[in-house]
Design a protein around this ligand. Structure first.
Ligand code: PGA
Length: 255
């Protein structure tokens, strides 16, 4: 198992495949051969097939992996416009981001929907990256918010599936704002999450779950989250669209 996990969440960017390819190639060149790190690219659905064929089919064992930003909760059916977990698996995806705060905010996703998605992703043998985190107005109730989200989203997830589960702590107020979570607050959240997981699954098994930090990560603050907060990696949005900045972030963890 790699020591650190870094997820690039490209969201609805870039607008052309040509730009996506240049971005991907530049990052690939710089991170190839780095040890102790796994980097997961989560581009928009439409860029997945070409990236999968052009880059991932030839080196399935590299430390670079492909992931999606969402999937549907059913494995197939009449759901116009949707993409299923088995389709992602068939393409060569290994990860899927679920429960991102933008999905919750703009597409009305509830913990219950996210729970269904987590279960189908695990059943399909994808690795779900479950995003949790409090809104600005909920900062005083951090432990309640995190506990409710974890309990609801992980309902029915068995001990045997824990190894494939990743949790991303993403305070909503820190996403895309430039206002990253301070080291002490991130530490408090990480401790709370570990405690809740230990209560749900026992201390020993819960240690297998990787916990990432996400929210305005850049090359100046990236190292702090793994060295001072003991996170297992990062979920990077905006900064993952800038090859130079993203490469610095990755290297800050392992060099
Ligand atoms: P950001 O996004 O790095 O641009 O804050 C993180 C995320 O949305 O996952």
């Amino acid at each position: 198992m790699s020591k650190y996990l870094v997820i690039a969440n490209w969201k609805m960017n870039p607008s052309t495949f040509q730009e996506a390819e240049v971005l991907f190639r530049n990052i690939l060149k710089a991170v190839r051969g780095l040890k102790d790190i796994e980097v997961v690219f989560c581009p928009p659905f439409v860029w997945l097939p070409r990236l999968a064929v052009d880059f991932f089919s030839v080196r399935p064992k590299s430390q670079l992996k492909l992931g999606a930003q969402d999937c549907h909760w059913e494995k197939a059916g009449a759901f116009t416009g949707e993409v299923s977990a088995p389709m992602l698996k068939d393409l060569g995806c290994q990860y899927v981001i679920l429960g991102h705060s933008e999905r919750r905010q703009y597409f009305g996703e509830t913990d219950q929907i996210i729970n269904e998605k987590i279960k189908i992703a695990l059943k399909t043998r994808l690795k779900p990256i479950l995003c949790i985190g409090e809104k600005e107005t909920e900062r005083e109730e951090l432990s309640v918010v995190l506990e409710n989200q974890l309990i609801s989203c992980l309902l029915g997830v068995s001990q045997g599936q824990l190894e494939r589960l990743v949790i991303a702590y993403e305070p909503v107020w820190a996403i895309g704002t430039g206002n990253a979570c301070g080291v002490n607050d991130a530490m408090q959240a990480a401790i709370l999450i570990r405690k809740i997981l230990a209560r749900l699954y026992g201390r020993f098994l819960s240690q297998r779950i990787k916990i990432l930090y996400g929210g305005s990560v850049n090359s100046q603050n990236s190292k702090d989250y793994v060295s001072r907060v003991a996170m297992d990696g990062l979920l990077v949005g905006g900064a993952s669209l800038n090859a130079g900045e993203f490469i610095k972030i990755i290297k800050s963890l392992v060099e």
